[in-house]
Design a binder for this molecule. Sequence first.
Ligand code: MG
Length: 158
Amino acid sequence: MRVGCGYDSHRFVEGRTLVLGGVGVPYERGLAGWSDADAVVHAVIDALCGAANLGDIGTLFPPGDQRYRDVSSIALLEQIIRKLESRRLIVANLDVTILAQEPVLAPYVPSMRASLAFAMRLDEGQVSVKAKTNEYMGFIGRSEGIAALAVALVESSH
Ligand code: MG
């Protein structure tokens, strides 16, 4: 068994759609980034990369590469899952914590779990997503952006 942790954060900007865990979340701003800036999926990808020792999202999918301009991060996650499968690694479970002062994310958590589970070919029972505020402290608390943490356990199927 191998464990990996991932972290990501993105700034809010006007004029973009907020996408978290592959789910569009209604809000007045979206997140800045080269891809769709889905901080949740980015943290998940880095957790998987950490567990499988594949490097990190920035080296695998470099910002500035036109192939990844506005790309759906869920599609990148599916690529990582295929990489794991080619190494005979399967995901045992995933646990995600989203830090966002706003918008309120609880109504979207079930859809995020379903979206992540589908992309990773897991049962929803293997995918945990939790959302919390930052008690008005720091950049999260000032609603300047969103951060996400992920932990993944990966097993060798050899
Ligand atoms: Mg990112």
